[in-house]
Design a protein around this ligand. Structure first.
Ligand SMILES: C[S@@+](CC[C@H](N)C(=O)[O-])C[C@H]1O[C@@H](n2cnc3c(N)ncnc32)[C@H](O)[C@@H]1O
Length: 599
């Protein structure tokens, strides 16, 4: 195993990885925790770094930059052992720090490397346009040319009436195009029903509408073009290699729907047209000799493979996206022109490379579990920012399935630090106790590599008090001292957050960043004192005073209660999302989703 020693740091090298400018001498970091207003990681979702490549729960770079500027000096080393897409590395590059990142997942390592490899933007533009030129005929044969080029096709499911076997088109019978709404049930043209989708046999998926490039013609129905007897455009399977990794029932995100629709491998998540386009691109990128250009274009490729799949839902009135917490295929979905997706992505990535190409920092990325950072020496890192998995919120290996199928390497899902729901023991099921143990190892490893007086900012998000309690115990077992906790509004609501706003669903919207110090100086708070209900009630009253409605909702207040208890070293158990909501209902009146002071 490659180990980075303190001496290596002083000699300015991480064995095989170049690290840039000389390091300052080891010095104490007698810094206070960052002030709450500076620590608020808000916005950033429209920025080029956010848009370059998707990843599950990506942290905006702008927020990490502020943390690095507070806790470190240029030339310092920062680590992120659950790095995901590598935003900590991007922040380090932009601010002249040296980042060492790691993640268990091959997809995360690929994406983090893509984000943090400094690529000449002009060379990238040339490589991208040459790639598109070489595949111009393929594009034309798949999507047409000029003004008639198809930008996307909408596909609709067809079902069979359980009573009379008549065909039920979802597009014709479940979409109210004028109102912009979708029905949850199906009624057959002969009046039978309504039936739940799950109880209605699925027959096939057919194209129903196309959007073309012709100015002034936004869309045309496929029925207009092909008549009523249209056949699904299944097309032949491509000659090029494409991924056939099995999508199996033991996985967390497998659903009976996949079985009903015959989705058995990675390839089945694509229409054959898009599979052919992607396979041709993958082949052509693989044939590029220049390693930098090849890797950067592979990064561009993976940035479109989810959007290009059947996972991209169509809705008559609202914009949609690919949801990372599910492999669900909606009854109406997009078949986007793969080359148009790529053209847009190449332009975004070029802008990103313009920003990082001559930036002063460096970044190295490894595939490794956070529970064993053996390749980093004791006291070798000045600051850690990390965002670990939040209990059962996201199953990363499954969410990254399509990326990893193209890359040909899959996450060991049994080694993920998550709380499994349906994974069985033979595939490495992890329960809450094992999750806590793995988090404790990760925190102990983090404390070991952090230099004395170094800081760890730990971002976390969950509505379950038992998961919170596990994280609290893990932090305590590593002897890291809690100095502050800041509630963070990431700007844009998550899908679950949106559901909360519309239907009052019980989910937490906000993350909390705990600021922990690696020191023998104990916290002011006594650890694990029992929580005091009236003290929490007073804190809730203080929190809603003079605040806008968005900061008087249960998700926001639940995060505030977590912050308050953590800062006071109190026991988090018993303070679930539901418990906070119950206390709010005893103390306040509800107006919509916001709580107001009772007169
Ligand atoms: C919340 S995400 C991090 C997202 C990241 N902050 C970003 O902005 O993209 C958590 C990450 O932890 C990784 N992970 C899960 N278990 C792990 C383990 N035992 N060791 C290292 N990484 C792990 C997942 O693959 C995932 O990328």
């Amino acid at each position: 195993m490659v180990r980075v020693t303190t001496e290596d740091r002083r000699m300015n090298r991480y064995n095989d990885e170049p690290t840039g400018s000389p390091l300052p001498e080891t010095r104490p970091h007698p810094r206070p925790p960052i002030a709450p207003d500076l620590a608020t990681i808000k916005g950033g979702k429209g920025g080029v770094f956010y848009r370059a490549h998707s990843y599950h729960t990506k942290v905006p770079v702008e927020g990490i930059v502020r943390l690095l500027e507070h806790y470190t000096e240029p030339g310092d080393f920062v680590a992120d052992p659950f790095c995901g897409s590598g935003q900590t590395g991007v922040a380090a590059i932009l601010t002249g720090r040296h980042a060492v990142l790691s993640d268990l997942s091959p997809a995360a390592v690929h994406i983090a490397k893509g984000y943090t490899t400094q690529v000449d933007p002009r060379a990238f533009r040339l490589a991208g346009s040459q790639l598109l030129e070489r595949l111009a005929d393929t594009e034309q044969s798949l999507y047409g040319r000029g003004a008639n080029r198809v930008e996307y096709t909408v596909w609709s499911d067809e079902y069979e009436c359980p009573e009379c076997s008549t065909k039920i088109s979802f597009w014709d019978h479940a979409v109210d195009h004028a109102a912009g709404t979708l029905s949850k049930t199906l009624t057959c043209p002969r009046g039978h029903g309504p039936f739940k989708k799950a109880d209605t046999p699925w027959v096939r998926s057919v194209p129903v509408q196309q959007n073309i490039s012709l100015p002034g013609v936004r869309s045309r129905t496929v029925r207009d073009l092909l008549g009523d007897d249209r056949e699904p455009d299944s097309g032949p399977l491509p000659d090029d290699w494409f991924p056939t990794t099995p999508w199996e029932p033991w996985r967390e995100m497998w659903r009976a729907q996949h079985d009903r629709m015959g989705i058995a491998t990675a390839a089945d998540f694509y229409t054959s047209k898009n599979l052919a386009a992607l396979a041709a691109l993958w082949r052509e990128i693989g044939s590029i000799n220049d390693e930098n250009a090849r890797d950067a274009l592979r990064f561009a490729f993976t940035s479109i493979v989810n959007r290009a799949s059947r996972r991209y839902q169509w809705h008559p009135s609202r914009p949609t996206n690919v949801l990372s917490s599910t492999m669900y295929i909606a009854s109406l979905n997009y078949e986007f022109n793969v080359f148009s997706l790529l053209r847009r992505k190449l332009a975004t990535l070029e802008k990103m490379y313009e920003a990082t190409w001559s930036a002063p920092g460096t970044c190295a990325v490894r595939q490794s579990s956070a529970t064993d950072l053996g390749w980093l020496a004791d006291d070798s890192v000045d600051y850690v920012f990390t965002d670990p998995p939040f209990g059962s919120n996201i199953f990363y290996g499954d969410s990254s399935f399509l990326w990893e199928s193209w890359l040909g390497e899959h996450t060991d899902v049994g080694a993920e630090t998550v709380v499994n729901r349906r994974l069985d023991a033979s595939h490495g099921r992890t329960d809450l106790a094992e999750y806590e143990k793995a988090m404790a190892s990760a925190m102990c490893e983090t404390a070991r590599v952090l230099r004395p007086n170094g800081w760890l900012s730990l971002q976390f998000h969950n509505s379950d008090d038992a998961v919170w309690s596990s994280v609290q115990s893990a932090v305590e077992s590593a002897d890291l001292q809690m100095r502050a906790a800041v509630v963070m509004d990431k700007g844009q609501k998550s899908f679950k957050g949106l559901r909360h706003a519309s239907r009052g669903e019980r989910v937490a919207n906000f993350d909390l960043v705990m600021h922990l110090e690696q020191t023998t100086r104990p916290s002011a708070a006594t650890p694990q004192t029992p929580q005091d209900r009236s003290a929490v009630a007073n804190e809730l009253k203080r929190c809603i005073e003079g605040k806008p409605a968005s900061q008087r909702t249960t998700p926001w207040l639940h995060s505030q209660v977590m912050r308050y208890l953590l800062e006071n070293g109190a026991d988090l158990r018993g303070w679930s999302f539901a418990a906070v909501e119950k206390l709010c209902s005893e103390l306040f009146d509800r107006k919509g989703t916001a709580w107001t002071t009772r007169n």
